[in-house]
Write a protein that binds this ligand. Structure first.
Ligand code: SAM
Length: 216
């Protein structure tokens, strides 16, 4: 069983996706569990404030240490071995190899910063810093979903065909899966390669092998 606890101010941005398609199936099959911690509950003062302005000046608001530490500690009190994942442009770029390494019997806490980011001291709690690439998103919610989805679909039993994850793109380094086609065999003059209609499994395997590419 893999478990993700998502610490966020915007549960509503994340939850519908986890109740859809393969993520929903994973929970229905008892292979994955997703739950949420509302960071606001750990906010300070009457307004439950979770952020403040940066020392040294600058635009935007940063997540403060106190609510984040309290939220993470509340999860760790029940699950001391849970590992913390932080989506951040300063992290290592996410890839299939890392997703595979993390896909197992484990509990991950994903912290979703928002606004201008987070107080640097929060990094002392973090096990994995993950970047989605060289662009800036509004918050950690989309990265959290991408991290959860890419890990959870690799848990044995989540995908229908057990081979699905073994032969798809990035299953072997930077390979990109061969082109695939379905019915009709001729759509507006665009024909499916004859070999795929031949029933000759050896030739089909050769064709697929020769049409597997490297990622750009
Ligand atoms: N001020 C930050 C900077 O310049 O690096 C950007 C903050 S961004 C608006 C708010 C949060 O979204 C980040 O702290 C991070 O959690 C998440 N985020 C944005 N872009 C990301 C990316 N490329 N990969 C992972 N997380 C990202």
């Amino acid at each position: 069983m893999i478990k993700f606890t998502i610490i966020t101010l915007f549960r509503e941005a994340i939850e519908p996706y986890l109740k859809t398609s393969m993520m929903w199936k994973a929970t229905e099959k008892g292979l994955a569990e997703f739950d949420f911690v509302d960071l606001r509950e750990f906010g300070l003062g009457p307004h439950k404030s979770v952020d403040d302005t940066p020392y040294g000046g600058g635009d935007g608001m940063l997540l403060r240490c106190e609510p984040v530490f309290a939220a993470i500690e509340s999860v760790k009190a029940k699950e001391p071995t849970a590992k913390v994942i932080l989506p951040t442009p300063a992290g290592a770029t996410w890839n299939q190899k890392t997703a595979r390494e993390l896909a197992g019997d484990a509990h991950y806490i994903i912290l979703c910063p928002h606004y201008e980011g987070y107080d640097e001291r929060i990094l002392t709690l973090v096990d994995y810093k993950v970047s989605l690439g060289h662009y800036v998103l509004t918050g950690g919610e989309l990265p959290a979903l991408i991290i959860i989805d890419s890990i959870t679909r690799l848990i044995p039993g989540v995908l229908g065909g057990e081979q699905s994850a073994e032969i798809e793109s990035f299953s072997d380094g930077d390979n990109i899966e061969y082109p695939q086609y379905t019915k009709p065999s001729d759509f507006r003059g665009m024909k499916v390669p004859d070999v795929l209609l031949s029933g000759n499994h050896g030739e089909i395997a050769k064709w697929r092998e020769s049409h597997t590419k490297k990622a750009e």
